[in-house]
Design a protein around this ligand. Sequence first.
Ligand SMILES: C[S@@+](CC[C@H](N)C(=O)[O-])C[C@H]1O[C@@H](n2cnc3c(N)ncnc32)[C@H](O)[C@@H]1O
Length: 231
Amino acid sequence: MEQRFFSGSGINRNKEMLEHLQRYGVIKSKKAAEIMETIDRALFVPDGTPPYVDSPMQIGYNATISAPHMHAMCLELLEDYLKPGMHALDVGSGTGYLTACFAVMVGPQGRAVGVEHIPELGEFSIKNIKKSAAAPLLEGGSLLIHVGDGRQGWPEFAPYDAIHVGAAAPEIPPALIEQLKPGGRLVIPVGNIFQDLKVVDKNMDGTLSVQSETSVRYVPLTSREAQLRGY
Ligand SMILES: C[S@@+](CC[C@H](N)C(=O)[O-])C[C@H]1O[C@@H](n2cnc3c(N)ncnc32)[C@H](O)[C@@H]1O
């Protein structure tokens, strides 16, 4: 998340940010670009925050909105698991940006569930989503934001084809493995100071294949209390 592909300070349109991400080879998939064009990042950052800079930005409560290149990477890694009708879980949904992207991808017959443990961020994400192209999905009930400890997943709509975790876990929470569908994929940053973005595929026989995609730096997946006191 520390790496930056372009500054973006002179960029004032979502489309222009995407053109940069494509030019620098960060987004290769057409679908990921299309979805990031549909969901305007400017609707998900606090007032006064430059929306198109390729960097994580503070959103309060010791949390950040992830950098555009990380959103792009996670969408690409999960694209095949976010087809219409599929179920997606976004743990540590923060601003709601990726949950909104997932909801548009899986469509009204699918299900996109965000779990965030800071109630104020849960409210903020709902406000953001209501301004975005994902608003009808929130109204229709296929996009849901819940306040809770995401380390427990959200069993109600399990199993999930796609699970994304937006904060770094010391180890992969067993509940998330349990709630992953055979044939499904989990993308999760794992580690403390040094973190790897892990791609966990659940094979049809229930065994796991795990690969490290890249080194990353995320805020920790932790308890609400630890986060509010600064970890
Ligand atoms: C990097 S931030 C937000 C990521 C989100 N994808 C975005 O771009 O807006 C990670 C989020 O995880 C949340 N979080 C941390 N630990 C959590 C837990 N145990 N359960 C649920 N949410 C958690 C934080 O409050 C924060 O909003």
